[in-house]
Design a protein around this ligand. Structure first.
Ligand code: FAD
Length: 128
């Protein structure tokens, strides 16, 4: 009826928010001790995402950032911090406020099982 919610096709901002959700979520659930293959796959994912991203200027920007700042994929903490720093580079270009990249703030924002006094993993992934 008239009052039903009509979903709108995403614009650049909404696509951006959802893409950041995917990227940060991938980083905070990344293995603590990734195998070489897991590191390679994530590195490939990031580079391919930058190439195929439907906002062309955004993708080009990400490609440039990946070259300037090679992905840090040796551990979950490394990758979570790296993704935060990259997002802040984009925030800066868009005159948006910087996010606090302490691991506490990152995990608090992006992990469902985060508590202040307990950093160990309750949900190893988002399958449940
Ligand atoms: P977003 O930047 O989308 O952030 C979403 C949420 O993430 C925030 O509300 C906050 O809770 C959290 N957050 C913010 N910063 C960080 C951080 N550093 N670490 C962890 N969490 C954080 N838009 C353009 O107009 N031009 C571009 O060139 C452009 N390039 C982009 C490149 C990429 C790779 C991506 C993914 C997006 C790009 N965008 C670009 C979109 C832009 O970054 C925003 O997504 C969009 O403007 C919506 O912004 P927002 O204020 O809702 O918050």
């Amino acid at each position: 009826s008239f009052h039903m919610f009509v979903p709108m096709a995403p614009d650049r901002q909404q696509l951006g928010r959802h893409t950041w959700t995917l990227l940060h979520t991938q980083s905070v659930y990344y293995p603590e001790k990734p195998t070489d293959e897991e590191k390679q796959d994530m590195n490939t994912f990031l580079h391919v995402l930058a190439k195929v991203y439907p906002c062309k200027v955004c993708g080009a920007d990400l490609q440039y950032l990946l070259e300037q700042y090679p992905p840090q994929l040796d551990s979950r903490n490394d990758f979570a911090y790296y993704m935060c720093v990259i997002h802040n580079k984009v925030n800066q270009q868009l005159n948006k406020p910087s996010f606090d990249c302490s691991l506490d703030s990152i995990y608090k924002r992006w992990r469902r099982d985060y508590t202040d006094d307990r950093h160990d993993i309750q949900e190893p992934n988002l399958d449940e």
